[in-house]
Write a protein that binds this ligand. Structure first.
Ligand code: ADP
Ligand code: MG
Length: 243
């Protein structure tokens, strides 16, 4: 059965996209069929995946949704990029502005995305949805088709507060399962009492901890080069494989 997981936090820059990409590729290497959906119009998932060719990004999630809204079926596989690492990928990479008008008096975008995911679900073991920051409409669109959520937070007060807010919204919306990844942990700082500990964060958020990812400069290199580091011989690479 396919698991549809929304990777979320209200706060930007906490590692949602990094987590999506690394978990997606890690799962693909385990032989799972994985689809990454970028539901963040300002997102940078293509860069993280090392996709530089703009023409590869011609058809996006927005185009697919526009078709569906206008009662046209997308071609099978339309807009889905097959990445060399074995994951499929639907980019957003476009302003959602045009869609706003085309939606007047029509089905809501949430419904459309939920239906679309329902339709393609059987082809995959995992669908990971990279949510935008914020809790505006884009967030609700992104989580609409998900049956699980993965909250990514850093151990900072502002990120945890935003994570808590999102957990509250997801709980109120009856999200069946919510898990947590704590990113950018620095054990030296935790020891000195300068950073919240894992126990503190889990205690505050009260959802199941899936794993922790250390602060690791290899991630910056990996993001810049578009080469995900899951499973490579570095602290974050090992952490993502474990997760
Ligand atoms: P979000 O999608 O939540 O906005 P990103 O995944 O784009 O966040 O990450 C934001 C920035 O933080 C990126 O430049 C990324 O390279 C960096 N980053 C993420 N996780 C780590 C980590 N564990 N160690 C070091 N840098 C990280
Ligand atoms: Mg992002």
């Amino acid at each position: 059965m396919c698991r549809v997981i929304a990777v979320a936090n209200q706060k930007g820059g906490v590692g949602k996209t990094t987590t999506c990409v690394n978990l997606g590729i890690g799962l693909a290497r385990e032989g799972k069929k994985v689809l990454l959906i970028e539901a963040d119009a300002q997102g940078s998932m293509a860069v993280s995946l090392g996709i530089q060719e703009p023409d590869e990004l011609d058809v996006t999630l927005v185009n697919i949704m526009e078709k569906l809204i206008n009662d046209k079926e997308p071609e099978p596989g339309e807009g889905i990029i097959h990445h060399e690492e074995g994951v499929d990928f639907i980019p957003a990479n476009i302003e959602l502005a045009g869609l706003e008008t085309s939606l007047v008096n029509v089905m809501s975008r949430e419904m459309v995305l939920r239906q679309y995911i329902c339709g393609i679900k059987k082809q995959y073991d995992y669908i990971l949805i990279d949510c935008p920051a914020g809790i505006e409409r884009g967030f609700y669109n992104a989580i609409a088709g998900a049956d699980r959520a993965l909250i990514v937070t850093t151990p900072e007060v502002s990120a945890i507060r935003d994570a808590d807010r999102v957990i509250g919204l997801l709980t109120a919306g009856n999200m069946p399962k919510i898990d947590l990844v704590i990113n950018r942990i620095r054990i030296d700082m935790v020891r000195r009492g300068d950073m919240m500990s894992i126990e503190d964060v889990v205690g505050l958020l009260a959802v199941d901890l899936l794993g922790i990812v250390p602060d690791d400069e290899n991630i910056v290199v990996s993001t810049n080069q578009g080469e995900p580091l899951v499973g490579t011989d570095c602290p974050a690479g090992e952490a993502y494989r474990n997760i």
